[in-house]
Design a protein around this ligand. Structure first.
Ligand code: DAK
Length: 255
């Protein structure tokens, strides 16, 4: 498939996926979702990367769902639109490998929801976050109402979504939505640095730790512990054995 909006690039074990529709501030349209679905299928099947970085071209990460495309939807169309977007962002969230959002500018509406479906968010100092749907007489439709309270707490999320006010990178950091803030020119370097660190660790340990945390957070605590226990044990079959031997033999592990 030839991508028109997404630009995938490989840097060894690290993949960078750039959303490239800068004239519309990378607004998310149906073609974006078709391309993202295809890209995620390829990543799931071929496993080309250990870590993926998602970013936007130009002055926006993503300025929201494409309002020009949404305006003609009726309620039934909006339901289908929402379901499709929700499912594809869920696929992104449960991708086996970690995904870092390098938020380079506006992350509004669907753009903020896309960043929230990633595992870790790093922002440039000029990034602006927000769920401005209420300004348009809408509510978030890609699970923003569900992910934001889990990330920053219910009270903060209610203030954020009900006011529709934008939040700058420092405030997003203070609230815990983003895990780092960088000068714009350093954002990708910082994202790569983190990606390389993660990619150097035990590949299955990284995948399994992500799976256990992602699944466990929605389970009863003791069920979460059961899940942790089973993956902890799995790691002793091969990778953990090599990691511990390498430590004792004072050498780098051979994953
Ligand atoms: N959709 C379509 N086009 C957009 C866009 C968007 N979200 N955001 C910007 N653009 C386009 C502008 O129309 C303009 O196009 P031209 O006029 O040049 O053709 C171009 O990008 C540049 O934008 P501006 O000229 O406005 O640039 P500025 O720097 O002056 O302003 C801005 C940047 C980000 C402050 C401004 O563009 C803005 O306020 N944009 C809209 C932001 C917004 O409201 N985003 C949230 C969209 S609502 C649902 C599922 C999902 C959602 C809702 C429901 N269901 C299934 C029901 C999610 C909704 C959203 O994401």
């Amino acid at each position: 498939m030839d991508y028109q909006i997404l630009k995938p690039q490989s840097f060894g074990d690290i993949g960078v996926l750039t959303i490239s529709r800068p004239k519309s501030l990378n607004a998310l349209n149906s073609l974006f979702f078709t391309e993202l679905l295809h890209f995620l299928d390829v990543v799931n099947t071929d496993e080309p990367y250990r870590v993926l970085i998602l970013t936007g071209e130009g002055k926006a990460f993503v300025a929201g769902a494409d309002i020009a495309e949404m305006v003609d939807l009726d309620s039934a169309g909006a339901l289908r639109f929402s379901e499709k977007g929700q499912q594809i962002l869920l696929m992104l969230e449960i991708l086996p490998i970690p995904v870092i959002a390098a938020v380079n500018g506006y992350a509004l509406g669907g753009g903020c929801e896309l960043a929230m479906a990633c595992d870790i968010r790093l922002a440039s100092e000029n990034a602006l976050f927000g769920q401005p749907e209420v300004n348009l007489g809408l509510i978030p439709g890609y699970a923003g109402t569900q992910r934001l309270p889990r990330l920053i707490g219910l009270g903060n999320a209610l203030k954020w979504i009900l006011s529709g006010e934008p939040v700058d990178a420092r405030e997003a950091y203070r609230l815990g939505l983003v895990q780092g803030v960088s000068p714009p020119e350093k954002l990708m370097d910082d994202a790569f640095k983190l990606a390389r660190t993660i990619a150097s660790r035990g590949p299955d340990a990284v995948k399994h730790a992500k799976r256990v945390m992602r699944k466990g957070i929605d389970l009863h605590f003791e069920k979460g512990m059961d899940l942790e226990k089973s993956y902890f044990a799995k790691q002793f079959e091969k990778e953990g054995e090599e990691g511990m031997k390498a430590f004792l033999e004072k050498r780098k592990p051979n994953w």
